[in-house]
Design a protein around this ligand. Structure first.
Ligand code: UD1
Length: 337
């Protein structure tokens, strides 16, 4: 059986990917420090799949702990999700971000090298494109970051590319996610942000369940369909399925590939809000505010490469994304506990 180590496997995208991996017949080993998640997720994965993955509560900064995982298990490939991910926090605590996301990741790559495990799928982000020159965004567009979080994604991409250039046995897939939202159709796993959410859909979900009063719409004077920001929202289950295709590809190829995972379609903030209103069956209050510093007008993917190379395409539309988000929110008002 092919054995995959999933770092950050109890997190949002990680947990959905573990479910898809198990359902495709892979053996999954999860490593997570539970900084931003809970081990209850392991029970939820078991409820969905019938399999409880082997779990190591290990921090990326603990290199001996990483060695233990590789000593005790023959790992065929790694999917690397673990990392801090809040843009605002990264501006305030850059050292924490560089230590965890860069030094921690280097530990992982070192240990992979020591144990001869040379296949990795890395969780990157469309944030590496900065403010794109045009849309849809293609993988060969120039990269540019505007905050330490984004820089850690880009630096990891560069480090992994250099590793693969130095040793052609490596396979590195850099998956650049657009905006993952939604939850598993079972309602058992989904996104549980720490504190007040910064991202759009987790925020709307809390307005819908009454925990927050109204949505603050960051600007309505962008050159878009209704003046509000446009993004490429992708259902987290589609994203997870993209990882399965990426692992399959990595198991049979060498070299480096950068691949966008998005739907190729953009929705404005108000369009998402209205789709959510439909999903939860109530009107959701909002107020137009000033633009949020650092935001861009429009961002959506050119998805040709994922289609051609991986044979992968997103299936879910915005209504299902909002419906599954709302279902998860209703079933888990206090998060995954
Ligand atoms: C943000 C990050 C990005 C990161 C991504 C993944 C910033 C500037 N960018 O992307 O680097 O990779 O999350 O988590 O933080 N919006 C509102 N009201 C809200 C929240 C959001 O109007 O309360 C709007 C935003 O202005 C934007 C859209 O909704 O137009 C999406 O915002 P968000 O979910 O934060 O994602 P990004 O900004 O695309």
């Amino acid at each position: 059986m092919t054995r995959i180590l999933v770092t950050g496997g109890t997190g949002y995208t990680g947990s959905h990917t573990c479910v898809e991996l198990i359902q495709e017949g892979y053996e999954v080993i999860i490593m997570d420090n539970l900084y931003n998640s809970t081990d209850v997720v392991l029970n939820r994965i078991e409820e969905i799949t019938g399999v409880k993955p082997k779990f190591y509560k290990t921090d990326l900064l603990d290199i001996e702990g990483l060695r233990t995982i590789f000593k005790e298990n023959t790992i065929d490939a790694v999917i690397h999700f673990a990392g801090y991910k809040a843009v605002g926090e990264s501006v305030e605590k850059p050292l924490d971000y560089y230590e965890n996301n860069i030094a921690g990741s280097i530990n992982l790559y070192q240990v992979m090298k020591e144990f001869g495990c040379k296949k990795i799928v890395f969780s990157s982000s469309a944030t590496v494109y900065g403010d794109p020159q045009s849309v849809p965004i293609k993988e060969d567009f120039p990269v540019h970051t505007t905050n330490p979080y984004g820089t850690t994604k880009l630096m990891n991409e560069m480090i992994l590319e250099d590793i693969a250039h130095a040793d052609e046995e490596w396979t590195v897939l850099l998956l650049r996610y657009f905006n993952p939202i939604g939850a598993h159709p079972s309602g058992l796993i989904g996104e549980v942000p720490n504190g007040i959410p910064n991202n759009l859909v987790p925020y709307i979900a809390r307005v819908a369940n009454g925990q927050l009063e109204y949505l603050r719409v960051w600007g309505n004077d962008y050159p878009t369909v209704d003046g509000t920001g446009v993004r490429d929202y992708i259902h987290v289950v589609d994203l997870a399925k993209g990882h399965i295709k990426a692992v399959e590809y990595a198991l049979h190829h060498h070299g480096v590939e950068k691949i966008n995972l998005g739907t190729g379609k953009g929705y404005s903030v108000l369009e998402v809000l209205h789709a959510y209103e439909k999903a939860c069956g109530k009107e959701l209050p909002y107020q137009i505010m000033e633009r949020r510093p650092g935001d861009i007008a429009t961002c959506y993917a050119d998805t040709t490469k994922a289609k051609e190379l991986l044979g992968w395409e997103a299936q879910y539309g915005i209504d299902e994304m909002c419906k599954t988000s709302w279902d998860f929110t209703e079933k888990n008002p206090n998060g995954i506990v």
